[in-house]
Ligand binder design. Structure first.
Ligand code: SF4
Length: 443
């Protein structure tokens, strides 16, 4: 890590214990994007990523002596972000503290009692670039559109957002990934790099906060820029973290042709919807040829009424067909399910049987948790029984179950989740990768 930087980019972290997700450690793509923006503005920067860097915050601050620190994170990291700001403010009172990321975008007011000086509530990396340009020019971080700013001696001032276009941002800076390559793994794949080829989601699933990001619009990056970035990535496996990669099949076909033309051979992991997979049935061999080895599908539920209430625009039959089509095409399907706190014993049983019948070997379950800033949060506010943001890790109940006690709910939730252990080969591969990762703390 460089000494004497202008900008320090910090990933908040707390140990999440044992879970299937513990087999996932990804590069901080959001910070690497901010790093690219900082570099473009002529700033010296460093990333502090406690997931792969065991040094203390105090030591990092002493070493880097930053003038501005930016921290981004999701809702479960809210308290960690606020605590980091407090500690940085105590250790280095002159540092300008900037908060951004999904949680700040959805609920900026929650950070107004913290030590942050600026909250980026709109425009993400584009707004950060404008902020850095102004800061470099004038030394001021006030009045940047899409931010809330607090002068050290006054209250918060909100600046209205302006339209931004994230698709023209420079590609993320991968120096951090290169320095810690062996640490960044996804289940039984690794090293795995992340790539974002589009922003926002064109769908409207009721529970989802992703659809609110990027002003609620889907915007795809130019194909040539995406393929050039893919080609240059220092990893054989790439997880494309678009909300849904198959949203525009005409574009996917152009991407596939360009990847083929350049002779790029990488393993690709993507997210897609069951309905999209079913509609793309005739193109699945092409997707496989393009390098797609795994599709993560938000199946959510198997009960038709639940699917309709979620506005998923797909049926339980689509979900089953999606699994079968991907199996036949030799592409691994990972199914994501969501359990409602009002799930009945029969629903848990129905889900377990459905997973078995459809021979879904790899899946992950989460507990429905309405996120602050969404309509669902307002609707369920009166039922929320915790104010600890860490409980929004989708493994905790944030609302009381209605048809059984909490313990009984957790017991059934983990009993169904444990079905994945039947896939012993997969579990063994994940554990081996994790074990090897621990033995190799640095690339
Ligand atoms: S659940 Fe997926 S498809 Fe639905 S709105 Fe969210 S990101 Fe889009």
């Amino acid at each position: 890590m460089s000494s004497g930087v202008d900008v320090l980019l910090v990933r908040p972290h707390h140990d999440q214990g044992l879970s299937l997700l513990a087999g996932i450690c990804c590069e901080p793509l959001e910070l690497e994007q901010l790093a690219a923006v900082a570099g473009a503005e002529g700033c010296r920067w460093a990333i502090y990523d406690p997931l792969v860097d065991r040094r203390s915050l105090r030591r990092v601050l002493r070493h880097t002596e930053p003038k501005l620190v930016a921290i981004t994170g999701y809702h479960p990291m809210r308290l960690v972000m606020i605590d980091l700001a407090r500690r940085i403010h105590n250790l280095s009172p002159a540092v300008v503290l900037v908060a951004g990321g999904v949680d700040v975008a959805l609920d900026p007011e929650a950070y107004t009692q913290s030590d942050f000086d600026v909250l980026v509530h709109h425009g993400g990396a584009v707004t950060f670039q404008v902020l850095l340009a102004q800061w470099r020019r004038t030394g001021q971080v006030a009045k940047v559109p899409g931010t809330l700013h607090r002068p050290r001696d006054g209250g918060w001032i909100r600046q209205a957002p302006q339209a931004v276009d994230s698709t023209t941002l420079p590609p993320p800076d991968r120096s951090h990934f290169l320095n810690h390559r062996s640490q960044f793994n996804y289940l039984d794949y690794g090293p795995v790099a992340l790539l974002k080829s589009a922003y926002g989601c064109p769908y409207d699933c009721r529970f989802c906060c992703c659809k609110l990001l990027n002003d609620g619009h889907y915007a795809a990056r130019p194909v040539l820029a995406v393929v050039a970035e893919l080609e240059g990535l220092p990893a054989e496996t790439v997880w494309i973290v678009d909300d849904t990669f198959l949203a525009d099949m005409a574009r996917v076909n152009v991407l596939a042709a360009e990847i083929e033309r350049r002779g790029i051979r990488k393993q690709l992991i993507i997210y897609a919807r069951a309905g999209e997979v079913v509609r793309a049935a005739a193109s699945l061999s092409r997707l496989k040829q393009m390098g797609i080895v795994e599709i993560i599908v938000g199946l959510e539920a198997v009960d038709p009424e639940r699917l309709a209430a979620y506005k998923k625009q797909c049926s339980a039959d689509d979900n089953a067909r999606c699994i079968a089509l991907l199996r036949d095409a030799g592409i691994r399907c990972i199914g994501l399910f969501m359990i409602e706190p009002d799930a009945t014993v029969a629903e848990f049983r129905q889900l377990r049987e459905w997973i078995r019948e459809n021979r879904l070997d790899v899946f992950s379950m989460s507990i429905f948790s309405p996120f602050p800033g969404t309509d669902d949060f307002s609707q369920y506010r009166h039922r929320i029984c915790t104010d600890n943001p860490r409980h929004w890790d989708l493994r905790h109940l944030v609302m009381r179950p209605t048809h059984m006690g909490r313990l009984a709910f957790y017991w059934r939730f983990y009993a169904v989740s444990a079905g994945i252990l039947r896939n012993r080969a997969f579990v063994w591969r994940v554990l081996s990768r994790r074990f090897n990762q621990r033995r190799r703390p640095h690339a």
